[in-house]
Design a protein around this ligand. Structure first.
Ligand code: HPA
Length: 274
C-alpha cells in the first residue's frame, strides 16, 4: 500500500471513531496515564487502526485517546513507536501524519531521556530547544507528499519560541525551573557507551534518547507548531558509576509525573490554538 493511502485509511478510522483534534500530545515513557485528564474521551487501541504498528515497549499502552481538555480538542497517544522496535521511519511517524489529517496544528512531544549535560539531575524537566539525530535516517526520505508539506522543509526553528516561553512561565508559577537544551537521538535499543556520551556532549547535546526527532521532522514538514518536553530520567552512561536500566527510567518518570502533568496542563490551558 502506498504511503498516502495508508495515512488516509488510518485517518478515516480515527476520525470516524474519535473525531478531530487541534492539539496532539505524544506521551512518552511513564506519562501515559495523563490521558485520564481528558473529558469525554474516546479511546481507540492502535490494533484497531488500519496500518498502525503495535507498541511493544513496557509503559507504552498503545491507545489513541481523544477528548476535551481546557475547552480544546486534544488527542493523546498513549505510547509511541520507535525505530529500534524494527519499525521504519514512516511507521514511526504515521501517527503524526494522521494528526495532521484530523486537524492538529500544535504538537507536544514528550519523552524520557538521559542527561548528558553534567549540571542536570535525574527528575529534571527540559524544554527541547533543538535536536539532532545520529540515526542516519530521515522520515521524509522518499517521494514528497506535496499536500502535506514542501520537499525541503525549514528546520531552523523547529520548536516554537512562544510555546517554549509559555512552558517556562508555567513552570515558574508552579515553583520549579525548567531546563532547556538540545536533545540528541541515537537508534537504541542499547543505552549508549560512555564514549558515545562524551562524543554527544562535544557535539552540543544536553540530553539523549531514542525517539522524538522523526516525529518533530514530520510535524514541521506539516507546518505544525511543536513543543518538546523531556524528563531527564537518569544521567547518561558513564557519568555516574552505575549501570543504566529501563527500571530506573520508569521509576524516575513515575516519580516526577505529577509535576510533568501539572506543567502540560497549564501549558494546554493557556496556549492559544491556531
Ligand atoms: N539513553 C537513551 N535513551 C534513554 C536514556 C538514555 O540514557 N534514558 C531514557 N531514555
Amino acid at each position: 500500500m502506498d504511503e498516502r493511502t495508508r495515512i488516509e485509511e488510518a485517518a478515516a478510522k480515527v476520525l470516524s471513531v474519535c473525531g478531530s483534534a487541534e492539539v496532539g500530545i505524544i506521551l512518552g515513557s511513564g506519562l501515559g496515564d495523563y490521558a485520564d485528564a481528558l473529558t469525554d474521551a474516546v479511546r481507540l487501541p492502535y490494533s484497531e487502526i488500519p496500518g498502525f504498528p503495535r507498541s511493544t515497549v513496557p509503559g507504552h499502552a498503545g491507545m489513541w485517546c481523544c477528548g476535551t481538555l481546557h475547552g480544546k480538542r486534544v488527542v493523546m497517544m498513549q505510547g509511541r513507536f520507535h525505530h529500534y522496535e524494527g519499525y521504519s521511519m514512516k511507521d514511526v511517524t504515521l501517527p503524526v501524519r494522521v494528526m495532521q489529517k484530523i486537524g492538529v496544528k500544535t504538537l507536544i512531544v514528550t519523552n524520557a531521556c538521559g542527561g548528558v549535560n553534567l549540571s542536570f539531575e535525574p527528575g529534571d524537566l527540559m524544554v527541547i530547544s533543538d535536536v539532532f539525530s545520529l540515526t542516519g535516517q530521515n522520515p521524509l526520505i522518499g517521494p514528497n507528499l506535496d499536500e502535506f508539506g514542501p520537499r525541503f522543509p525549514d528546520m531552523s526553528c523547529a520548536f516554537d519560541r512562544e510555546l517554549r516561553a509559555l512552558a517556562h512561565a508555567c513552570a515558574g508559577e508552579q515553583g520549579f525551573a525548567l531546563r532547556e537544551g538540545v536533545y540528541a537521538q541515537m537508534t537504541g535499543p542499547c543505552y549508549e557507551t560512555p564514549a558515545e556520551i562524551r562524543m554527544l556532549r562535544t557535539l552540543g547535546a544536553d540530553a539523549v534518547g531514542m525517539s522524538t526527532v522523526p516525529e518533530v521532522i514530520v510535524a514541521r514538514h506539516g507546518g505544525m507548531r511543536v513543543l518538546g518536553i523531556s524528563c531527564i530520567t537518569n544521567m547518561a552512561a558513564g557519568i555516574l558509576d552505575q549501570p543504566l536500566s529501563h527500571a530506573e527510567v520508569t521509576e524516575t518518570a513515575n516519580r516526577v509525573k505529577g509535576r510533568f502533568r501539572g506543567l502540560l496542563d497549564a501549558v494546554i490551558e493557556r496556549m492559544e490554538t491556531l
